[in-house]
Design a protein around this ligand. Structure first.
Ligand SMILES: [Zn+2]
Length: 281
């Protein structure tokens, strides 16, 4: 649990994905075994694969309960697992009916899963907030699902246009760099997807960042590793560089969509091997 001013934020785990780390990073900055050394604690004990936790952040502010992303849901296949979000909500005494808003960092499958199930809204009272560029890309009639997504779900049932059809009248499309809800600012982090978004929380003079899929591991943030799943690699690297500088200069706390355990952290001066290091809060 984290407090930013008057806001309270909970990390809610839905599931996880374990992937071979040697397949995940590409290009000149792809990590070697020694680059992984500071991060081996985050690798799976049995397989050595990289652990990506999957889930949501719940922001309680005033009379609103805002969910940042909606997990995988219960219907995905390996290497993804999902299905824990509902119980994680109940564990903090929140019903799906109580959610007032869902704010999406982007529209990959592991961020939209609980939006609807069996053609029905899972959060029936929520307004849904989506970057216009991501919506236009993923909900387009001619959109063809990427291979890694089609392999782990049902491409007909789970394509974005079908998944969101039952909640179409609850969708609000936002532009980057706008305050979409009081105290919640959507910042442009495009590259991973066309409308990839980082949300800045501002309350009572304090700030925190929900960085979504800007990066998937601490190593990308500290060392500039380039993720194979980034849609536009150059743009993604520029976005990471921009937020790395911002997070280091300001030292404000941040949480990523896939860091193990959905823990918060911040960027601090490095120990000599790197200029910048990641510190879990
Ligand atoms: Zn993603």
């Amino acid at each position: 649990m984290m407090r930013i001013g008057d806001m309270t934020i909970y990390g809610l785990i839905d599931g996880e994905a374990l992937m071979p780390k040697e397949y995940l990073y590409v290009g000149d900055n792809a990590p070697t075994e020694s680059d992984w050394a500071p991060f081996t604690g985050y690798l799976d004990t049995c397989t050595g694969h990289q652990l990506n936790t999957i889930g949501s952040y719940l922001v309680r502010t005033g009379d609103r309960l805002i969910l940042n992303d909606a997990g995988c849901g219960p219907d995905v296949k390996q290497p993804f697992t999902g299905g824990g979000l509902r119980s994680a909500l109940w564990a903090i005494d929140v019903s799906p009916n109580d959610i007032t808003d869902v704010i999406y960092s982007h529209l990959h499958l592991d961020h939209v899963g609980w939006t609807t199930l069996g053609g029905k809204p899972f959060f029936p009272n929520a307004d849904l907030w989506i970057d216009r560029r991501d919506w236009n890309h993923y909900a387009a009639d001619d959109y063809v699902m990427e291979e890694w997504e089609a392999a782990v779900l049902d491409p007909e049932r789970d394509r974005i246009a079908a998944k969101f059809a039952p909640v179409r009248d609850r969708i609000h499309l936002f532009e980057p760099d706008t305050e979409i809800i009081a105290g919640v600012r959507a910042l442009d982090a495009s590259g991973h997807t066309p409308g990839n978004t980082v949300f800045e929380l501002v309350s009572d003079g304090e700030k925190g960042l929900l960085i979504g899929d800007l990066v998937h591991t601490q190593g990308e943030l500290v060392n500039g590793w380039d993720l194979a799943f980034n849609g536009d690699h150059q743009q993604a690297i520029e976005a990471i560089e921009h937020f790395r500088k911002y997070l280091f200069d300001t030292k404000i706390p941040f949480a990523a969509a896939h860091f193990p355990g959905l823990r918060w952290g911040r960027l601090v001066p490095g120990d000599g091997h790197t200029d910048i290091a990641y510190e879990t809060l």
